[in-house]
Design a protein around this ligand. Structure first.
Ligand code: MD3
Ligand code: FE
Length: 215
């Protein structure tokens, strides 16, 4: 029974609704990496500009029914890649399957994400503490999958100034964020330099989400 994974040694409950599944994707991580490379051929990585005019150090792209974009006008989900004017690459069935299996293992059955954000970190790239509010539906969990170099993830509370805890996320680790953890503040510390056998000198992170507000 899938739920028994909640008691595995590799499973850590970070907070109510936040479950770290260490190595959950390890057996399929090379296939995930190869699929990312296929997506990048159609929708290349890009450094988005924040509404405040700063270039994000993390590069990103998307697949699925919509993609997250940022520019001087704000943050939003768009059905088409503004670079190409074409729809984002479809969500691969293998991605949806991985996300569904992880969500179920964390106690969130019936998880059907419609978008996948692909983040790319080179040494020094970071994500400042933030909440993910652009989806417009906070009842659905977010599933995150890490590939390549390890990253120090910062997990805080409902308020920006709440204490943060740090977790190192390694290649193949999956985290599910739902329930009361869905709107927690979180960030990623500057990526430390290194070389990983799968990805080389970088890290990828996938986040599977349910976006309701699509323009
Ligand atoms: C906790 N990405 O893309 S994934 C993001 O490693 C983002 O690239 C990070 O934060 C990364 O928005 C962290 C883990 C994560 C994702 C979404 C969350 C943690 C979360 C939403 C709510 C609470
Ligand atoms: Fe986030």
């Amino acid at each position: 029974m899938t739920q028994s994974r909640l008691f595995d040694a590799e499973t850590e409950v970070l907070a109510q609704g936040a479950v770290l599944l260490r190595g959950f994707a390890l057996a399929e991580i090379k296939a995930v990496y190869d699929t990312i490379q296929q997506i990048l051929a159609t929708a290349p990585l890009r450094h988005l500009i924040t509404p405040g005019g700063f270039r994000m150090s993390v590069a990103m792209t998307n697949c699925g029914q919509a993609g997250w974009v940022s520019d001087r006008r704000g943050y939003r989900y768009e059905a088409k890649d503004p670079r190409s004017g074409k729809p984002w690459p479809a969500m691969p069935a293998s991605f949806a399957s991985l996300s569904n299996r992880a969500a179920a293992a964390a106690g969130f059955p019936n998880h059907t994400p419609n978008v996948c954000l692909i983040n790319h970190y080179q040494p020094g790239a970071r994500l400042a503490l933030h909440q993910d509010r652009d989806e417009g539906d906070f009842s659905a969990p977010i599933v995150s999958v890490s590939l390549g170099l390890p990253a120090t993830f910062q997990f805080g509370g409902d308020q920006r100034n709440a204490k943060t805890r740090r977790y190192v996320l390694e290649s193949g680790d999956v985290v599910v964020w739902g329930g009361p953890a869905r709107l927690a503040f979180h960030g990623v510390a500057p990526l430390k330099d290194g070389v990983h056998p799968l990805t080389g000198r970088c890290r990828f992170n996938l986040t599977f989400r349910t976006a309701k507000n699509i323009t």
